[in-house]
Design a protein around this ligand. Structure first.
Ligand SMILES: Cc1cc2nc3c(=O)[nH]c(=O)nc-3n(C[C@H](O)[C@H](O)[C@H](O)COP(=O)(O)O)c2cc1C
Length: 189
């Protein structure tokens, strides 16, 4: 990626979905944010732990001010990276709820996944979520997933070198796809 910032470029939005204050998936989000910043790419990190979102489907849930703000942020994104815990062989409910509430803003955007899990056996857990994004919102799912467990982190709790490299590869793919789609939209057949 070039190092000079292009101000006209939309931001990559990172949606950090763990509500756990010692979250490992949030560390992945921070690593992605750091790499984007170092690359001069606009980035916005949204930590769902800081947003008091209603449960989707309740009376007035779509009119909630926090939902309107978040939907507008997703709408303006050039690409979306979801960092999330794996719960019960899926992404956590907070991630699903945020997507249900703001999904219209995700339409036709590139989406990538950064997952933290307890064990290696749940490595396909993001697939259901990815499928729903393709079916509902025609999202372009980046065919490169970051999936990590405790052993992938240092003793200090930071992502280790291998997982950091995978985060950076995912981020680069997201930016490449975002730019390619923008070019196609600006240069119709
Ligand atoms: C309710 C619950 C369900 C979980 N289900 C799974 C699972 O199906 N597969 C797995 O590998 N880990 C599972 N875990 C472990 C979490 O994925 C792991 O603790 C991860 O670090 C959570 O992400 P976070 O640190 O970003 O909050 C589960 C944890 C909880 C609390």
């Amino acid at each position: 990626m070039p190092t000079s910032e292009a101000p006209s470029q939309p931001a990559v939005v990172i949606l950090s979905c763990s509500l756990n204050p010692t979250s490992r998936s949030h560390k992945l989000a921070l690593a992605a944010q750091a790499f984007l910043r170092a690359s001069g790419q606009p980035v916005e990190l949204i930590d769902l732990a800081d947003h008091d979102l209603p449960m989707c489907g309740g009376v007035g849930s779509f009119d909630h001010p926090a939902v309107k703000t978040l939907t507008a942020t997703m709408q303006a994104a050039g690409a979306i990276l979801i960092s999330a815990p794996v719960y019960n062989y899926d992404l956590n409910a907070a991630a699903k709820n945020a997507m249900e509430l703001t999904g219209s803003g995700w339409t036709e955007k590139p989406v990538g996944f950064l997952c933290a899990a307890g064990g290696t056996m749940s490595y396909m857990s993001a697939i259901g979520f990815a499928n729903s994004l393709m079916f509902d919102f025609r999202c372009h799912i980046i065919p490169r997933f970051v999936y990590c467990i405790r052993d992938d982190f240092t003793d200090a709790g930071e992502p280790g070198p291998e997982i950091t490299a995978r985060v950076e590869a995912l981020v680069s793919s997201a930016v490449d796809l975002m730019r390619a789609l923008a070019w196609v939209r600006e240069n119709p057949r």
